[in-house]
Design a protein around this ligand. Sequence first.
Ligand code: PLP
Length: 396
Amino acid sequence: MSFQNPVFIPGPTNMPESIRKACDMPTIDHRSPLFGQILHPARANVQKVLKSANAEVFIFPSTGTGGWETAITNTLSAGDTVLAARNGMFSHRWIDMCQRHGLDVQIVETPWGHGLPANRYAEALAADKGHKIKAVLATHNETATGVKSDIAAVRAALDAADHPALLFVDGVSSIGSMDFRFDTWGVDIAVTGSQKGFMLPAGLAVLGFSAKAMAATKTGRLPRTFFDVNDMAKGYDNSAFPYTPPVGLMNGLLLASDMLLREGLDNVFARHTRIASGIRAAVHAWGLELCAATPDLYSDTVSAIKTPAGFNATEIVNHAASAYGVAFGTGLGEVAGKVFRIGHLGSMTDVMALSGIATAEMCMVDLGLDIKLGSGVAAAQDHYRRTTGQALKDAA
Ligand code: PLP
């Protein structure tokens, strides 16, 4: 291919050239101390990205889905009850995985487009006097609907009920892009993958375990081998994995986490908010609505945009790919055909975002939607000009 547009799928995200180069390295002996020089600082950086002082960081050759499996199989036993809300495709898939592992999932059905209902978690936890619920699952950012949830409120629900259940948080499309506070929120296991906020290719599951989650690995009886965190921890003691690590990806993770920390996490989050706000200004100018029901739920990493009734939103995604060589995300599950998604996380600038907005606009006009060419671009330009000016003034 002699050209390359940015992608606007909500992961894998665009990769900075430096990160691609860091992944492309000569073979080293992965059992030599050289690997430790990548492994240990990468784990220390990830701990900082999670905003944790003491979380045990585990990195497996896998993806976010493998991260879920790591969380479940290391801490729980068949027949255990877990509490989970289903408000989109990814929370649904996590629930499905739990059920396939023989867990009893108490499901809080929640309309897609809404956030995790902390009040209903609170009711379920307060009613569970015998503490049958062993873990509470919370998807921080539902990538299918572009909805962020309030994890602090879920922690507050656990605390109000004085409930000892573990808190597992899917941060796959939030960690490294949106504010995530492992320690402050009392998270027991956080899960992400390499291909979102870390701007790497897919291939790593990245997790943080609290001391309480580590203690639960001693009682959890679900079978695990590849994803056994205690085997992995023993490997780390020798600057190694229990098996062959993906060294290039680990080297990429070291650089990516360094880059996030050098930019400053708060600056990274502010950049995502600013870029997302420009996208939302465009959506508003088009006269369209987001799938997220209220502004407090708007995700800063992905926007799921509803198209008019009777119009198949997937046509926009297909047309963008075939006519302009640009990738957007399709609607998934319940919202398939009803929304298209613009991913705006990871390595993304105002200028890149503007090109995505312009492309979406051209596609919608090509397909006969009543959208004025340039309307969304102008709204976003206005937002970026105003907020960039402010950022430069602040930096001066
Ligand atoms: N959870 C969320 C919120 C996601 O967005 C995704 C993937 O997009 C996953 C889990 C699954 O991650 P993976 O595809 O890396 O296995």
